[in-house]
Design a protein around this ligand. Sequence first.
Ligand code: MRU
Length: 339
Amino acid sequence: MLLEPIKWKANKIIFIDQTELPSRLKYVRCGDIATLCEAIRKLRLRGAPLIGVSVALGYALAAIKSRTRAGLREDLRKASGRLKATRPTAVNLFWAMKRMEDAFSRLPADMDLRKVKRSLLKEALSMLIEDQDMCRAIGRNGALLIKNRDIILTHCNAGMLATAGQGTALSIFYEAKKKGRKFKVYADETRPLMQGSRLTMWELMRNGIDATLICDDMAASVIKNKGVTKIIVGADRIAENGDAANKIGTYGLAVLAKHHKIPFYIAAPSSTIDHNIKTGRDIPIEERRRDEMIYVGEKQTAPIKAKVYNPAFDVTPAELITAIITESGVYDIKRFRGI
Ligand code: MRU
Protein backbone atom coordinates (compact mmCIF):
# COMPACT_ATOMS: atom_id res chain seq x y z
CA MET A 1 0.00 0.00 0.00
CA LEU A 2 1.98 2.97 -1.27
CA LEU A 3 1.94 6.15 0.77
CA GLU A 4 2.50 9.67 -0.44
CA PRO A 5 4.48 11.26 2.40
CA ILE A 6 4.98 14.34 0.25
CA LYS A 7 3.24 15.87 -2.77
CA TRP A 8 2.73 19.20 -4.50
CA LYS A 9 -0.77 20.56 -5.02
CA ALA A 10 -2.06 24.04 -5.87
CA ASN A 11 1.23 25.75 -4.99
CA LYS A 12 1.45 24.02 -1.62
CA ILE A 13 3.65 21.25 -0.25
CA ILE A 14 1.38 18.59 1.22
CA PHE A 15 3.07 16.24 3.67
CA ILE A 16 2.22 13.67 6.33
CA ASP A 17 2.85 14.99 9.84
CA GLN A 18 4.88 12.01 11.06
CA THR A 19 4.78 13.14 14.69
CA GLU A 20 1.05 12.21 14.65
CA LEU A 21 1.69 8.60 13.60
CA PRO A 22 0.72 5.90 14.34
CA SER A 23 -2.51 7.21 15.89
CA ARG A 24 -3.45 9.63 13.11
CA LEU A 25 -2.64 9.93 9.38
CA LYS A 26 -2.72 13.71 9.09
CA TYR A 27 -1.65 15.73 6.05
CA VAL A 28 -0.34 19.29 6.43
CA ARG A 29 -0.71 21.93 3.68
CA CYS A 30 2.42 24.02 3.76
CA GLY A 31 2.65 27.29 1.86
CA ASP A 32 5.64 29.00 3.48
CA ILE A 33 9.28 28.35 4.32
CA ALA A 34 8.88 28.94 8.07
CA THR A 35 6.32 26.10 8.33
CA LEU A 36 8.55 23.82 6.27
CA CYS A 37 11.63 24.56 8.41
CA GLU A 38 9.66 23.92 11.60
CA ALA A 39 8.39 20.61 10.16
CA ILE A 40 11.90 19.42 9.30
CA ARG A 41 13.32 20.46 12.68
CA LYS A 42 10.50 18.79 14.61
CA LEU A 43 10.67 15.62 12.45
CA ARG A 44 7.16 16.03 11.09
CA LEU A 45 9.06 15.43 7.86
CA ARG A 46 12.13 13.25 8.31
CA GLY A 47 14.39 10.64 6.74
CA ALA A 48 17.32 11.69 4.56
CA PRO A 49 15.81 11.32 1.04
CA LEU A 50 12.47 12.84 2.10
CA ILE A 51 14.24 15.84 3.64
CA GLY A 52 16.07 16.25 0.29
CA VAL A 53 12.84 16.23 -1.73
CA SER A 54 11.12 18.57 0.73
CA VAL A 55 13.84 21.24 0.56
CA ALA A 56 13.82 21.05 -3.26
CA LEU A 57 10.07 21.72 -3.17
CA GLY A 58 10.72 24.44 -0.57
CA TYR A 59 13.10 26.19 -2.93
CA ALA A 60 10.47 26.05 -5.69
CA LEU A 61 7.90 27.37 -3.20
CA ALA A 62 10.18 30.31 -2.34
CA ALA A 63 10.42 31.13 -6.07
CA ILE A 64 6.65 30.93 -6.47
CA LYS A 65 6.12 33.32 -3.55
CA SER A 66 8.66 35.80 -4.87
CA ARG A 67 7.02 38.98 -6.21
CA THR A 68 9.63 40.53 -8.53
CA ARG A 69 12.34 39.26 -10.85
CA ALA A 70 14.77 41.71 -9.25
CA GLY A 71 14.10 40.34 -5.76
CA LEU A 72 14.05 36.65 -6.72
CA ARG A 73 17.75 35.88 -6.26
CA GLU A 74 17.72 37.31 -2.72
CA ASP A 75 14.46 35.54 -1.82
CA LEU A 76 15.95 32.22 -2.95
CA ARG A 77 19.22 32.85 -1.12
CA LYS A 78 17.34 33.50 2.13
CA ALA A 79 15.09 30.45 1.75
CA SER A 80 18.06 28.23 0.98
CA GLY A 81 19.95 29.49 4.05
CA ARG A 82 16.99 28.85 6.34
CA LEU A 83 16.36 25.36 4.97
CA LYS A 84 20.04 24.41 5.17
CA ALA A 85 20.10 25.40 8.85
CA THR A 86 17.36 22.93 9.84
CA ARG A 87 19.30 19.67 10.25
CA PRO A 88 23.02 19.08 9.70
CA THR A 89 23.59 15.35 9.17
CA ALA A 90 21.53 14.14 6.20
CA VAL A 91 23.61 15.14 3.19
CA ASN A 92 20.58 14.72 0.91
CA LEU A 93 19.40 18.12 2.18
CA PHE A 94 22.55 19.88 0.92
CA TRP A 95 22.70 17.74 -2.24
CA ALA A 96 19.11 18.66 -3.15
CA MET A 97 19.63 22.34 -2.39
CA LYS A 98 22.76 22.47 -4.53
CA ARG A 99 20.90 20.86 -7.39
CA MET A 100 18.15 23.50 -7.15
CA GLU A 101 20.69 26.34 -6.88
CA ASP A 102 22.58 25.00 -9.90
CA ALA A 103 19.30 24.77 -11.83
CA PHE A 104 18.55 28.41 -10.97
CA SER A 105 22.02 29.63 -11.91
CA ARG A 106 21.76 27.93 -15.33
CA LEU A 107 18.65 29.97 -16.21
CA PRO A 108 19.19 33.13 -18.31
CA ALA A 109 19.41 36.23 -16.08
CA ASP A 110 16.65 37.94 -18.09
CA MET A 111 14.23 35.01 -18.05
CA ASP A 112 10.66 36.01 -17.28
CA LEU A 113 9.68 35.46 -13.59
CA ARG A 114 6.80 33.13 -14.45
CA LYS A 115 9.08 30.93 -16.55
CA VAL A 116 11.70 30.78 -13.76
CA LYS A 117 9.03 29.64 -11.30
CA ARG A 118 7.81 26.94 -13.71
CA SER A 119 11.31 25.74 -14.39
CA LEU A 120 12.32 25.45 -10.70
CA LEU A 121 9.11 23.63 -9.87
CA LYS A 122 9.75 21.22 -12.74
CA GLU A 123 13.25 20.49 -11.37
CA ALA A 124 11.93 19.84 -7.84
CA LEU A 125 9.14 17.58 -9.10
CA SER A 126 11.58 15.60 -11.21
CA MET A 127 13.64 15.02 -8.06
CA LEU A 128 10.53 13.63 -6.39
CA ILE A 129 9.95 11.19 -9.28
CA GLU A 130 13.63 10.21 -9.37
CA ASP A 131 13.47 9.45 -5.66
CA GLN A 132 10.59 7.05 -6.29
CA ASP A 133 12.52 5.27 -9.08
CA MET A 134 15.63 5.11 -6.93
CA CYS A 135 13.68 3.50 -4.06
CA ARG A 136 12.34 0.76 -6.33
CA ALA A 137 15.83 0.11 -7.72
CA ILE A 138 17.38 -0.15 -4.23
CA GLY A 139 14.58 -2.54 -3.28
CA ARG A 140 15.16 -4.76 -6.30
CA ASN A 141 18.93 -4.83 -5.82
CA GLY A 142 18.64 -5.58 -2.12
CA ALA A 143 15.93 -8.21 -2.59
CA LEU A 144 18.54 -10.40 -4.32
CA LEU A 145 20.15 -10.84 -0.88
CA ILE A 146 16.97 -12.00 0.88
CA LYS A 147 16.48 -15.73 1.32
CA ASN A 148 13.51 -17.74 2.56
CA ARG A 149 13.53 -17.99 6.39
CA ASP A 150 15.73 -14.89 6.78
CA ILE A 151 15.26 -13.07 10.08
CA ILE A 152 16.18 -9.43 9.56
CA LEU A 153 16.74 -6.68 12.10
CA THR A 154 16.20 -3.03 11.16
CA HIS A 155 16.56 0.25 13.04
CA CYS A 156 14.78 3.62 12.84
CA ASN A 157 12.64 4.12 9.72
CA ALA A 158 14.18 3.83 6.27
CA GLY A 159 10.86 3.23 4.59
CA MET A 160 8.09 4.99 2.70
CA LEU A 161 7.97 7.60 5.43
CA ALA A 162 11.64 8.47 4.92
CA THR A 163 11.52 8.97 1.15
CA ALA A 164 9.15 10.12 -1.58
CA GLY A 165 8.87 6.49 -2.72
CA GLN A 166 8.82 3.04 -1.11
CA GLY A 167 11.90 3.56 1.07
CA THR A 168 15.47 2.28 1.05
CA ALA A 169 16.05 -0.52 3.62
CA LEU A 170 12.31 -1.26 3.84
CA SER A 171 11.94 -1.16 0.05
CA ILE A 172 14.08 -4.32 0.06
CA PHE A 173 11.43 -6.04 2.20
CA TYR A 174 8.63 -4.93 -0.13
CA GLU A 175 10.46 -6.18 -3.23
CA ALA A 176 11.45 -9.47 -1.54
CA LYS A 177 7.81 -10.02 -0.55
CA LYS A 178 6.73 -9.41 -4.18
CA LYS A 179 9.16 -12.15 -5.19
CA GLY A 180 7.45 -14.53 -2.76
CA ARG A 181 10.27 -14.67 -0.20
CA LYS A 182 9.20 -15.73 3.30
CA PHE A 183 11.09 -13.83 6.00
CA LYS A 184 10.59 -12.13 9.35
CA VAL A 185 11.60 -8.66 10.50
CA TYR A 186 12.45 -7.34 13.97
CA ALA A 187 12.14 -3.56 14.30
CA ASP A 188 13.99 -1.65 17.03
CA GLU A 189 11.74 0.93 18.67
CA THR A 190 14.53 3.54 18.23
CA ARG A 191 14.67 5.76 21.30
CA PRO A 192 14.28 8.62 21.93
CA LEU A 193 11.85 9.58 19.14
CA MET A 194 10.51 6.08 18.39
CA GLN A 195 10.74 6.10 14.60
CA GLY A 196 10.93 2.27 14.74
CA SER A 197 7.82 1.68 16.84
CA ARG A 198 5.74 4.61 15.57
CA LEU A 199 6.68 4.57 11.87
CA THR A 200 8.41 1.33 10.82
CA MET A 201 5.94 -0.94 12.63
CA TRP A 202 2.98 1.03 11.27
CA GLU A 203 4.34 0.93 7.75
CA LEU A 204 5.39 -2.74 7.77
CA MET A 205 2.07 -3.90 9.24
CA ARG A 206 0.14 -1.91 6.62
CA ASN A 207 2.14 -3.67 3.95
CA GLY A 208 1.74 -7.21 5.23
CA ILE A 209 5.36 -7.74 6.37
CA ASP A 210 5.77 -10.15 9.30
CA ALA A 211 7.27 -7.66 11.77
CA THR A 212 7.92 -7.80 15.53
CA LEU A 213 8.70 -4.78 17.67
CA ILE A 214 11.56 -4.89 20.18
CA CYS A 215 13.11 -2.31 22.52
CA ASP A 216 16.58 -1.18 21.44
CA ASP A 217 18.22 -2.87 24.40
CA MET A 218 16.79 -6.27 23.35
CA ALA A 219 18.75 -6.34 20.07
CA ALA A 220 21.75 -8.37 21.32
CA SER A 221 19.61 -11.05 22.89
CA VAL A 222 17.22 -11.18 19.90
CA ILE A 223 20.15 -11.61 17.50
CA LYS A 224 21.48 -14.45 19.64
CA ASN A 225 18.28 -16.19 20.67
CA LYS A 226 15.97 -15.60 17.70
CA GLY A 227 18.57 -16.37 15.04
CA VAL A 228 18.75 -13.01 13.24
CA THR A 229 20.45 -13.69 9.87
CA LYS A 230 21.12 -10.12 8.69
CA ILE A 231 20.78 -6.47 9.65
CA ILE A 232 19.63 -3.88 7.09
CA VAL A 233 19.41 -0.15 7.82
CA GLY A 234 19.43 3.17 5.95
CA ALA A 235 21.95 6.03 6.09
CA ASP A 236 22.00 9.81 6.35
CA ARG A 237 25.51 10.37 5.00
CA ILE A 238 28.16 8.01 3.65
CA ALA A 239 31.80 9.10 3.40
CA GLU A 240 34.06 8.21 0.45
CA ASN A 241 35.58 5.31 2.42
CA GLY A 242 32.15 3.80 3.24
CA ASP A 243 31.84 5.02 6.87
CA ALA A 244 28.09 5.63 7.28
CA ALA A 245 26.10 7.89 9.61
CA ASN A 246 22.64 6.67 10.55
CA LYS A 247 20.24 6.93 13.49
CA ILE A 248 21.91 6.64 16.89
CA GLY A 249 22.16 2.97 17.81
CA THR A 250 23.17 1.78 14.35
CA TYR A 251 26.87 1.53 15.22
CA GLY A 252 26.07 -0.75 18.16
CA LEU A 253 24.11 -3.05 15.85
CA ALA A 254 27.07 -3.26 13.46
CA VAL A 255 29.33 -4.27 16.37
CA LEU A 256 26.78 -6.93 17.32
CA ALA A 257 26.61 -8.17 13.72
CA LYS A 258 30.37 -8.66 13.69
CA HIS A 259 30.33 -10.55 17.00
CA HIS A 260 27.54 -12.81 15.77
CA LYS A 261 29.09 -13.21 12.29
CA ILE A 262 26.02 -11.98 10.39
CA PRO A 263 26.08 -9.49 7.48
CA PHE A 264 25.37 -5.82 8.11
CA TYR A 265 23.99 -3.87 5.14
CA ILE A 266 23.42 -0.18 4.50
CA ALA A 267 20.75 0.70 1.90
CA ALA A 268 20.89 4.25 0.54
CA PRO A 269 20.63 6.22 -2.70
CA SER A 270 23.78 7.64 -4.31
CA SER A 271 22.61 11.11 -3.18
CA THR A 272 23.49 10.00 0.39
CA ILE A 273 27.17 9.60 -0.56
CA ASP A 274 29.14 12.72 0.32
CA HIS A 275 32.01 13.00 -2.15
CA ASN A 276 33.45 15.92 -0.23
CA ILE A 277 34.45 13.93 2.81
CA LYS A 278 36.91 11.08 2.99
CA THR A 279 35.93 9.45 6.30
CA GLY A 280 33.12 9.45 8.85
CA ARG A 281 35.16 11.68 11.17
CA ASP A 282 34.03 14.65 9.06
CA ILE A 283 30.29 13.90 9.26
CA PRO A 284 28.51 16.55 11.39
CA ILE A 285 26.39 14.84 14.04
CA GLU A 286 23.19 16.60 15.08
CA GLU A 287 22.63 16.97 18.82
CA ARG A 288 19.00 17.43 19.75
CA ARG A 289 17.08 19.04 22.59
CA ARG A 290 17.25 17.67 26.13
CA ASP A 291 13.43 17.47 26.40
CA GLU A 292 13.46 14.53 23.99
CA MET A 293 15.14 12.51 26.74
CA ILE A 294 13.57 14.05 29.81
CA TYR A 295 10.05 13.28 28.60
CA VAL A 296 8.36 10.39 26.82
CA GLY A 297 5.50 12.24 25.18
CA GLU A 298 4.00 14.36 27.98
CA LYS A 299 5.32 12.14 30.74
CA GLN A 300 8.45 13.22 32.58
CA THR A 301 10.80 10.22 32.79
CA ALA A 302 14.03 11.80 34.12
CA PRO A 303 14.83 14.55 36.63
CA ILE A 304 14.19 17.92 34.94
CA LYS A 305 17.76 19.04 35.64
CA ALA A 306 19.42 15.75 34.59
CA LYS A 307 22.56 16.19 32.45
CA VAL A 308 21.66 14.92 29.00
CA TYR A 309 23.61 13.86 25.91
CA ASN A 310 21.33 13.45 22.89
CA PRO A 311 23.16 12.81 19.60
CA ALA A 312 20.69 11.92 16.84
CA PHE A 313 23.15 9.86 14.76
CA ASP A 314 26.28 7.74 15.02
CA VAL A 315 28.86 6.67 12.48
CA THR A 316 29.42 3.03 11.63
CA PRO A 317 32.98 2.45 10.39
CA ALA A 318 33.23 0.86 6.94
CA GLU A 319 35.09 -2.15 8.38
CA LEU A 320 31.84 -3.22 10.13
CA ILE A 321 29.71 -2.90 6.97
CA THR A 322 29.33 -5.89 4.64
CA ALA A 323 27.97 -4.03 1.62
CA ILE A 324 26.22 -0.82 0.58
CA ILE A 325 23.07 -1.28 -1.48
CA THR A 326 22.30 1.61 -3.83
CA GLU A 327 20.04 2.12 -6.86
CA SER A 328 22.91 0.98 -9.08
CA GLY A 329 23.85 -2.24 -7.32
CA VAL A 330 25.18 -4.01 -4.23
CA TYR A 331 28.72 -2.83 -3.46
CA ASP A 332 30.88 -5.05 -1.33
CA ILE A 333 32.48 -2.64 1.13
CA LYS A 334 35.95 -3.65 -0.11
CA ARG A 335 35.02 -2.37 -3.57
CA PHE A 336 33.29 0.78 -2.28
CA ARG A 337 35.22 3.95 -2.91
CA GLY A 338 32.37 6.45 -3.00
CA ILE A 339 31.31 4.77 -6.31
O1 MRU B 1 16.13 11.61 12.59
P1 MRU B 1 15.52 10.92 11.41
O2 MRU B 1 14.26 10.22 11.72
O3 MRU B 1 15.42 11.84 10.21
O4 MRU B 1 16.60 9.81 11.05
C1 MRU B 1 16.37 8.99 9.95
C2 MRU B 1 17.33 7.89 9.80
O5 MRU B 1 18.28 7.76 10.53
C3 MRU B 1 17.13 6.98 8.63
O6 MRU B 1 17.60 5.70 8.90
C4 MRU B 1 17.89 7.55 7.42
O7 MRU B 1 17.53 8.88 7.18
C5 MRU B 1 17.68 6.75 6.22
S1 MRU B 1 16.12 7.10 5.50
C6 MRU B 1 15.89 6.25 4.08
